[in-house]
Design a protein around this ligand. Structure first.
Ligand code: SF4
Ligand code: SF4
Length: 58
């Protein structure tokens, strides 16, 4: 999971929809727990401004 933080407005939508609870809002940005993330892609679909992207790096 890659988050383009220059676009993210911290709306919280992706955090609410993540089934793995892998997204968290820190003070100024959304952070991903890469251990927990299953790369299901739901957050990518739900982000209203397309600030999220799935990258397969294995
Ligand atoms: S890809 Fe799925 S598991 Fe990973 S952060 Fe997004 S919603 Fe959560
Ligand atoms: S849904 Fe998109 S804009 Fe909203 S907090 Fe997540 S990455 Fe940021």
């Amino acid at each position: 999971m890659i988050i383009s933080l220059q676009h993210c407005d911290q709306c919280g939508t992706c955090i609410a929809v993540c089934p793995a609870d892998a997204l968290m809002l820190s003070e100024f940005k959304v952070i991903v727990d890469h251990e927990a993330c299953t790369e299901c892609g739901i957050c990518v679909k739900m982000c209203p401004i397309a600030a999220l992207e799935v990258k397969n790096e294995d």
